[in-house]
Design a binder for this molecule. Structure first.
Ligand code: SF4
Length: 329
């Protein structure tokens, strides 16, 4: 049995269902993940990653270290571009090298490059290469790839229906019936926008989504708008942002503001993230031009439960009061 390690961080929140199904459809392959982020994982990452790396990259290092002695291969694809327009942040492009040269005693890394700008079939070719590395037969690779795409399709369909990635992943991979989780009773609805590996990592986001739900706020995130609507959504900054996740975050924030169905927008931003310094400002300007309350919450390795809760409570109270005043006017 070959054990493939997939760190539960960064691309994990976007492509894990597809990757897991693909690997496990190949014979004698088992996927091992590093589990949810913990204080120990974060501390390991902080001590080994470059000091000026952003928090998500430090967390990624911690997840890789957790898998180091447990797997035969680490799967860290070099995903450059998947939509033929924008590219992933340079930190993503350099991930396999950062891990290979930054950490010692690593298992071999499967780091296939995927760039659909050069070839439309780049995704299938990458999976084919991975299958060949694992010595799978051609027809097994093709079957595994088709099943993997189907799993990813189901995952995305649940996101469009309002599920969040961790819940949708559990539903797709554990075969549970797809029912939308019930919203908490309450009038407020917030959009939480940002990178999926921050919003949905319960440890580094200090569990913002569930905190809001417990305060009676229903939550939609950048992962929920229909992909076509997002592609059509425009924003005013002269040209589109180069980086895929930044572009997507900005489009999602504009989409929610334009729809006018949210009472507030919260941008979760990572300390040490270059692109976020631009994205945050644009979201703020756009929210204020639509008269939607906005809060930016910067997450770093020292973010504390109490500080985040206090800010969220204050924001929720402010929005609730404002909405009450509007209704009584
Ligand atoms: S987009 Fe920002 S947070 Fe994400 S990997 Fe790049 S620098 Fe880090």
């Amino acid at each position: 049995m070959t054990h493939i390690g997939i760190p539960s961080s960064l691309f994990y929140y976007v492509y894990f269902p597809m990757w897991k199904v693909f690997f496990e459809e190949l014979k004698n392959v088992k996927v091992v993940t590093s589990g949810e982020t913990t204080r120990e994982i974060l501390d390991k990452g902080v001590s080994e990653a470059l000091a000026d790396a952003c928090v998500p990259v430090k967390v990624f290092f911690g997840h890789v270290l957790t898998l180091r002695n447990k797997v035969d291969y680490l799967f860290i694809p070099r995903i450059v571009c998947l939509n033929r327009k924008t590219v992933y942040c340079p930190k993503f492009l350099g991930l396999p090298d950062m891990i290979r040269y930054g950490l010692s005693d690593m298992p071999p890394i499967i780091d296939v490059r995927i760039d659909t700008r050069k070839m439309r079939s780049a995704v299938y070719r990458a999976f084919n290469t991975v299958g060949q590395i694992l010595q799978a037969k051609k027809q097994n690779i093709l079957r595994a790839y088709l099943k993997a795409r189907l799993a990813q399709f189901k995952f995305k369909r649940l996101l469009r229906r309002g599920w969040q990635p961790p819940e949708a992943m559990a539903a797709v991979l554990n075969g549970r019936k797809s029912n939308l989780p019930a919203d908490p009773p309450g009038q407020l609805r917030f959009a939480v926008v940002g990178y999926p590996y921050i919003i949905h990592d319960r440890y580094i986001s200090v569990d913002v989504i569930n905190k809001l739900r417990r305060m009676g706020v229903s939550v939609v995130t950048s992962d929920n708008p229909p992909p076509l609507a997002l592609r059509m959504q425009r924003y005013d900054c002269g040209k589109i942002l180069f980086w895929t996740f930044s572009d997507r975050t900005l489009r999602a924030a504009h989409y929610f503001a334009k729809q006018g169905k949210v009472d507030g927008i919260i941008h979760l931003t990572a300390f040490g993230c270059g692109p976020d310094s631009i994205v945050d400002r644009f979201i703020q300007y756009n929210s204020s031009s639509h008269h939607i309350p906005f809060m930016s919450l910067s997450i770093d390795e020292h973010s504390g439960e109490a500080g985040v809760s206090t800010r969220l409570e204050a924001f929720v109270d402010m929005v609730r009061r404002k909405k009450g005043e509007k209704m009584n006017a």
